[in-house]
Design a protein around this ligand. Structure first.
Ligand SMILES: NC(=O)c1ccc[n+]([C@@H]2O[C@H](COP(=O)([O-])OP(=O)(O)OC[C@H]3O[C@@H](n4cnc5c(N)ncnc54)[C@H](OP(=O)(O)O)[C@@H]3O)[C@@H](O)[C@H]2O)c1
Length: 278
C-alpha cells in the first residue's frame, strides 16, 4: 500500500511521516511547495506521479482568529483544496482521507457531539472546514472525514504556548468554560494509518464522517494545569471566555463522541495524558 500525504510540515503531516516510518509503511509526504492543494494541476500531477493507493490530506488553514479577516485564503485552503483532492481521487478511484474539526459545531449541545449532529460553525475557520467536508461528500463517495479537536504535538499549539508563557510569567489566566478533547498529532496519525489499511480493502464500505479525540474531556484551564503540573512557580487561574475575547468565537462544548470509530475500526479513544508525558 502506498500512501500520499499533502501538508507534510504540519503537526499531523509530520506525525504521519514518523508513524509510517515506525510501522514500515510506504508513505510519500509532500510539502506545500511540492503540492499546493489549491492548485488543480499540482494535485493532478502529484496523484499521477505517485500513483497512491490512498491519499491523506493533512494540509489546512488552521489560524482560527486570523481566518476572520483572511476569509478568502481560509476558504481556498480548507474548501477548494479538499474539493480538488476529492475530485482527483475520485477520478482514479483512490480513497481519500481528510481531517476536519470540532469547530463545525456551535458548542450549544449539552452532551458529546455525534457525527449526525447538525453543524453550525461560529466562525470563518469552522465554516471553511464544513464547506470542505460538504465538497468531499459530493465529489468523492469513497472518503473518510476524521473530525478531531485541540491538536498538540507539533510546534504551534496550546501545549507549547503554555510552556513558553510559563518561562516568562508566574501567573496565567486560562478559560474554564470551553471543554474539549486534547488530541496528540501522533494519535491522529495512528488512527489515519489504521483506517488507510482498512479502506484499501475492496470490500470496505464504511465511508463517511468519524469523530476522534483524546479522553478525558477537559476545559482549557484543566488542560493547562496538567501541562504545567511540574512547574510550581506558575499559578494558573480559571477565567470565563468573556474575560479573554478573541476575534473568532469558539464553541463552549467541543466534546466529540467517539463510539462510531471504535465500532467501525476498533480504534479506541486515546488518552491525551499519556501522549502529553511522551
Ligand atoms: N490544530 C488544531 O488544534 C486542530 C483542531 C481540530 C482539527 N484540526 C485539523 O487537523 C488537520 C491538521 O492540523 P495541524 O494542526 O496539523 O495543522 P498545521 O500544523 O497548521 O499544518 C497545516 C499544514 O498545511 C500546510 N498548508 C497550508 N496551505 C497549504 C496548501 N495550499 N497546500 C499544501 N499545504 C498547505 C501548512 O503549510 P505552511 O506551514 O507552509 O503554512 C502546514 O504545514 C487540519 O485539517 C486541521 O483543520 C486541527
Amino acid at each position: 500500500m502506498k500512501i500520499l500525504v499533502a501538508g507534510r510540515d504540519g503537526q499531523v503531516g509530520q506525525a504521519l511521516v514518523r508513524t509510517a516510518n515506525k510501522r514500515g509503511l510506504e508513505l510519500v509526504a509532500l510539502s506545500r511547495q511540492e503540492l499546493d492543494i489549491t492548485n488543480a494541476s499540482d494535485v493532478e500531477l502529484a496523484i499521477a506521479q505517485h500513483n497512491p493507493d490512498v491519499v491523506i490530506n493533512a494540509a489546512a488553514y488552521t489560524a482560527v482568529d486570523k481566518a476572520e479577516e483572511d476569509r478568502e485564503q481560509a476558504h481556498s485552503i480548507n474548501t477548494l483544496g479538499p474539493e480538488l483532492l476529492a475530485k482527483a481521487c475520485d477520478a482514479v478511484s483512490v480513497p481519500f482521507l481528510h481531517i476536519s474539526t470540532d469547530f463545525v459545531f456551535d458548542g450549544e449541545k449539552e452532551s458529546a457531539y455525534l457525527e449526525t449532529d447538525t453543524c453550525n460553525p461560529l466562525g470563518v475557520y469552522g465554516a471553511s472546514k464544513l464547506a470542505g467536508e460538504n465538497a468531499i461528500n459530493q465529489l468523492c463517495p469513497r472518503h473518510i472525514i476524521l473530525r478531531t479537536s485541540w491538536v498538540f504535538g507539533g510546534e504551534q499549539n496550546f501545549v507549547n504556548t503554555m510552556r513558553r508563557l510559563a518561562k516568562d510569567r508566574d501567573h496565567l489566566n486560562v478559560v474554564n468554560d470551553q471543554r474539549g478533547g486534547p488530541t496528540a498529532a501522533t494519535q491522529i496519525a495512528e488512527a489515519l494509518l489504521i483506517i488507510a489499511e482498512k479502506v484499501v480493502n475492496p470490500a470496505f464500505d464504511n465511508w463517511g464522517i468519524y469523530h476522534f479525540s483524546g479522553a478525558p474531556a477537559v476545559s482549557w484551564y484543566e488542560f493547562a494545569c496538567e501541562i504545567l503540573k511540574d512547574v510550581p512557580s506558575v499559578t494558573v487561574t480559571a477565567i470565563p471566555t468573556s474575560q479573554y475575547p478573541t476575534p473568532a468565537k469558539r464553541p463552549a462544548n467541543s466534546v466529540l463522541d467517539c463510539k462510531k470509530i471504535e465500532t467501525a475500526f476498533s480504534i479506541k479513544q486515546p488518552s491525551w495524558k499519556v501522549a502529553l508525558t511522551q
